[in-house]
Design a binder for this molecule. Structure first.
Ligand SMILES: Cc1cc2nc3c(=O)[nH]c(=O)nc-3n(C[C@H](O)[C@H](O)[C@H](O)COP(=O)(O)OP(=O)(O)OC[C@H]3O[C@@H](n4cnc5c(N)ncnc54)[C@H](O)[C@@H]3O)c2cc1C
Ligand code: FES
Length: 347
């Protein structure tokens, strides 16, 4: 029996980039291996970020969500690169690509890691800190796949720290009652526990050296990548207006308020805009209320920002789905809207 791996050529249009893909490997994984940063989100056929069109060649799709790729799109040769195998040389048209990103990739690698600390930030939000065996390079806003090898569970988590700390990574994680990964953060996982981290992944990272306003929009554990981006922005010395919209249900779901205040005290034009969707009388809340997309819409209408806006939105899928049209209606350029949907893992 031969153990020679069959390899095919993939050519991406309109950018003219070529790479190899091995039989049994998805096109997106082949790109990660070769340091080519294609647009992607969940890597699990759930979000549609990697949607492209096959121009020629034989391909097959693994199981994916028809929300990400409806049947009528599949019929017109649209594909999800995270769920596609090639069976010949192929040509693919990238529908979504970012020239800056394609030339800016950090190759994905695996790291051994140990848990160093878990801290409760609210009743259901935890700060997980881990130590890698070697430093990892990443851009603020990116994520890794964390695996608990004994339990065989892998989940995506966005780094909360700025990318300067070498082997130290932290993550802000929401606990789900029966969450295979997150429910282990209150006891089952102790300091010293072994994990692996694979990454960095993700295209929703802070774009540097821009002068227009920056919008950070999130809810729940969406704080994780936004805090990383905000920390990185402060450290970079870039000067630009920043509006940080953060949605929570009640006052008890807000956290890191003092840290945000301290971190941004020296920024010349910064506003943190927390909003409560389910404020109770006990909250004695006189700030913004409603869902965060409503608050973004209201604010952009009543206090328009001058200049080319970059908007970063991270968090639960319904929140992102509600925010994106608001940004489009407010004339934020589509290629200046960056987002990460925290899609649940497929089981
Ligand atoms: C690109 C990306 C980045 C992410 N970054 C983060 C992050 O920084 N912090 C973070 O907390 N999470 C993040 N997630 C989500 C994370 O990967 C897990 O899906 C989440 O932690 C739940 O995993 P679990 O094993 O605890 O729950 P699971 O065992 O997978 O699910 C258990 C139950 O919990 C509920 N549930 C799980 N996930 C969700 C969800 N997203 N929305 C609604 N209900 C859900 C469902 O009822 C599900 O049946 C990210 C996801 C993606 C794709
Ligand atoms: S559907 Fe491919 S990255 Fe989400």
């Amino acid at each position: 029996m031969s153990d020679v791996t069959t390899t095919y050529k993939v050519r991406f249009e309109p950018v003219g980039i070529e790479m190899d893909v091995e039989e049994g490997e998805t096109v997106l994984d082949a790109a990660f291996r070769q340091g080519i940063a294609l647009m992607h989100g969940c890597k699990e056929g759930q979000c549609g970020s990697c949607k492209s069109r096959v121009l020629s060649g034989d391909v097959e799709m693994l199981k994916y969500s028809t929300f990400a790729l409806p049947d009528y799109e599949r019929e017109t040769e649209h594909v999800l690169l995270c769920k596609m195998h090639a069976f010949s040389d192929i040509e693919v048209e990238l529908l979504n690509f970012d020239e800056e990103l394609l030339s800016h990739a950090i190759a994905v690698k695996s790291f051994d890691a140990r848990l160093s600390k878990v801290t409760a930030l609210t009743h259901d939000i935890r700060l997980l800190e881990i130590e890698l065996d070697k430093p990892m390079k990443f851009f603020a806003g990116q994520y890794v796949d964390l695996t608990l090898p004994e339990a065989g569970i892998t989940r995506a988590f966005s780094m909360a720290n700025a990318p300067v700390e070498g082997t130290h990574l932290s993550f802000i994680i929401k606990k789900y009652p029966n969450g295979a990964f997150s429910s282990q953060l209150d006891g089952a996982l102790q300091p010293g526990a072994v994990l692996t981290a694979k990454g960095p992944y993700g295209t929703c990272y802070r774009r540097e050296n821009r002068s227009g306003p920056m919008l950070l929009i999130g809810g729940g554990s969406g704080m994780s990548p936004l805090w990383s981006m905000l920390s990185d922005h402060v450290q970079s010395g870039d000067q630009r207006p920043v509006r940080f919209f953060y949605g929570a249900r009640t006052r008890a779901d807000l956290f890191m308020l003092d840290e945000i205040k301290a971190m941004t005290a020296a920024l010349p034009d910064f506003e943190f805009i927390p909003a409560l969707s389910h404020a109770t009388p006990d909250d004695q809340w006189d700030g913004e209320t409603g869902f965060i997309h409503e608050v973004v819409q209201r604010r952009l209408r009543t206090e328009p920002l001058a200049g080319v806006i970059d908007a970063y939105a991270c968090g639960p899928v319904p929140m992102i789905d509600a925010v994106l049209p608001v940004l489009q209606m407010a004339n934020v350029e589509p290629d200046h809207i960056y987002f990460d949907k925290f899609t649940p893992a497929t089981r």
